[in-house]
Design a protein around this ligand. Structure first.
Ligand code: NDP
Length: 247
């Protein structure tokens, strides 16, 4: 018996990266899994998964999806986008893209699913350490994740005890997003080596590291955990900013 046997789960952005790892981990733990993305079902998504082609920025489509997926036990709001810009370089279109997906998209999905979720349900929002500390040149992304963290607490307070709601705040996880971050650096190889040295684990995260936390939060083992932000970052933000080499 898996830790999620008998439970049903919906994962937004479940076709690649962290979302796909969560889909696979949930399947391995016995859940009945549905996943979504803007495009057609990717080849990597295993057969038992029900695929929904739906954009989280489309409130009406999300409402229809939430109503269709009655009795869901677990909702994972993973879909997210990143742009690398300061506030003065950011356009209105950038606002719509980043806030529309990362903030409005999470709002759309929660509003659509909560009325139809099973009692004892668990919502897991994928926030970020960028919602705690500012990554340079990612003004809107950082702000969008701080929104996710705030909404997480409100949902936990307003919809407990029927629903638990928590956020996972990943650090640097090896997906396309991580590479896009390093591409900003003048010397990406040096920037990567410096970043690695700041990890107590001396490695970046893998999508499976986040999926493992998602399994726990989705399971009954986490029955007393709600309204919290769980950082999984290899110890990076635990470190003092003081350079130990100069002390
Ligand atoms: P990827 O770019 O690999 O995946 C993003 C996923 O989001 C894709 O499945 C994409 O699907 C989906 N998506 C994007 N926009 C929409 C939309 N409008 N509607 C539906 N689905 C959408 O990113 P990661 O796996 O790295 O990131 C997943 C989450 O983790 C994000 O919320 C991200 O902010 C967060 N995160 C990632 C970190 C990292 O280091 N990688 C660190 C901290 C947080 P499709 O394109 O098919 O629509």
């Amino acid at each position: 018996m898996g830790r999620l046997a008998g439970k049903s789960a919906f994962v937004t952005g479940g076709g690649r990266g962290i979302g796909l790892a969560i889909v696979k981990a949930f399947l391995a733990e016995g859940a009945n899994v549905s996943a979504s993305g803007r495009g057609e079902r990717p080849d990597d998504v295993d057969d038992p998964v029900s695929w929904f082609q739906v954009d989280v920025t489309d409130a009406e489509a999300m409402n229809d999806t939430g109503a269709f997926c009655k009795g869901m036990d677990i909702l994972v709001n993973n879909a997210g986008v990143q742009i690398e810009k300061t506030i003065t370089d950011t356009t209105d279109a950038d606002w719509d893209h980043v806030m529309g997906t990362n903030a409005r998209g999470v709002f759309n999905a929660c509003r659509a699913f909560i009325p139809h979720m099973a009692t004892g349900g668990s919502i897991i929002n994928i926030g970020s350490i960028s919602g705690h500390v500012a990554d340079p040149q990612m003004a809107l992304y950082n702000a969008s994740k701080a929104f996710v963290h705030g909404l997480t607490r409100s949902i936990a307070v307003d919809h407990g005890p029927d629903i638990r709601c928590n956020a996972i705040c990943p650090g640097w996880i090896e997906t396309g997003m991580l590479e896009a971050g390093f591409d900003l650096a003048e010397d990406p190889t040096r920037a990567k080596a410096d970043a690695l040295a700041r990890h107590a684990t001396r490695r970046f995260g893998r999508p499976e590291d986040i999926a493992a936390m998602a399994v726990w939060l989705a399971s009954d083992e986490a029955g007393f955990a709600t309204g919290q932000l769980f950082t999984v970052d290899g110890g990076m933000t635990a470190a003092s900013p003081i350079n130990p080499g100069l002390m």
